[in-house]
Unconditional design. Structure first.
Ligand code: FAD
Length: 292
């Protein structure tokens, strides 16, 4: 049996004061679909768990003023997937969250936990990087905003201090004439984690013939999920011909720094980045075809 103290605070203030009191000894518990597995495996041994599920601020799921999507850190993935503004306006995030685990995992697990667990393969991360999401982080002295790009600091490491918690993820309305696509490769079709994942997000001109903006993010092929600015810069101002897309895909593969492990070799992962980058750009372009 693993022994630990369990707290279920009912306000953000109470949660933060518990984190202060048990600084360095406590872990925040959201859905527990990563945390409890790590505890059972003996990879981590927190003395205290602070349950986030009853904190109202962490349960906010809102589309405010039709401009900003707020995803509270304790909101289950299944609610995010079914939330109409996510379905209608944030297709790339909807695709990624729908892929995570199973119905049971999505009923417990959260976007917040996916991000705070900071696995390089976290499926919500590449789309949120493309959407330039921000993390709202709180400690007992106040709140700060951390762009998601600086939130991930290494495998399992985030910008959160030991007395801080993630309150919510904020995502602004994407630009007009934009669309994205997230694809991942898993050796098994279901209940597996990505050996590589790519999110591509494009903004086209009203005429639709050239690329006004591009954001490309990779998962599971570097110590953290990453954007690849060199590929994005290459695409901007160009007509998205098959040749340009193929060149962008080569560049994305070159920018990845995958490792070899039990699940895939570095070489195979790099090849996957090339294929997935090509496909996600093509699919985003196709999705925009109907809008321009
Ligand atoms: C069978 C199975 C299949 C899975 N499939 C996938 C998959 O396809 N894709 C994928 O990406 N993941 C997958 N996962 C991993 C996991 O389900 C997801 O990462 C999920 O989103 C984690 O959310 P959670 O709420 O359960 O996090 P938890 O396990 O509760 O927490 C994860 C980590 O984040 C910290 N944390 C949580 N909330 C906060 C907060 N508000 N502030 C600070 N720290 C916080 C915790 O302390 C812990 O370190 C799978 C897991 C299982 C068991």
């Amino acid at each position: 049996m693993i022994s630990f103290e369990y707290y279920a605070p009912r306000s953000l203030e109470e949660a933060l004061s518990l984190l202060d009191r048990w600084r360095g000894e406590a872990k925040v518990l959201a859905g527990g679909t990563d945390l409890t597995v790590q505890m059972k495996d003996g990879r981590i041994h927190p003395n205290v768990l602070i349950d986030a599920k009853n904190v109202p601020e962490l349960n906010r799921l809102e589309w405010s003023d039709s401009r900003v999507l707020h995803i509270g850190a304790a909101v289950p993935l299944s609610k995010v997937v079914d939330f109409p503004p996510v379905v209608e306006r944030f297709g790339i995030l909807h695709q990624a969250c729908s892929l995570i685990g199973s119905i049971q995992i999505r009923n417990r697990g959260t976007v917040g936990g996916n991000i705070c667990n900071a696995a390089p393969s976290a499926d919500a991360a590449p789309p949120l990087l493309c959407l330039e999401a921000q993390a709202v982080v709180a400690h007992s002295g106040g709140t700060r905003i951390v762009p998601l790009e600086s939130f991930f600091q290494g495998p399992g490491q985030t910008a959160l201090a030991s007395n801080e918690l993630l309150v919510e993820i904020e995502v602004s309305l994407p630009p007009a004439l934009s669309a994205g696509c997230y694809l991942r490769h898993t050796p098994r079709e279901e209940m597996d984690i990505a050996v590589a994942g790519v999110a591509s997000f494009l903004v086209l001109t009203p005429e639709g013939d050239w690329c006004q903006g591009a954001r490309i993010a990779l998962g599971a092929v570097a110590p953290t999920p990453i954007r690849v600015p060199q590929v994005e810069a290459f695409l901007v101002g160009k007509t998205l011909s098959e040749g340009i897309i193929a060149e962008a895909a080569e560049q994305a593969a070159a920018a990845a720094s995958p490792i070899s492990d039990l699940r895939a070799s570095a070489e195979y992962r790099r090849e996957l980045v090339k294929v997935l980058t090509r496909r996600t750009i093509q699919k985003a372009r196709e999705a925009l075809g109907s809008k321009v």
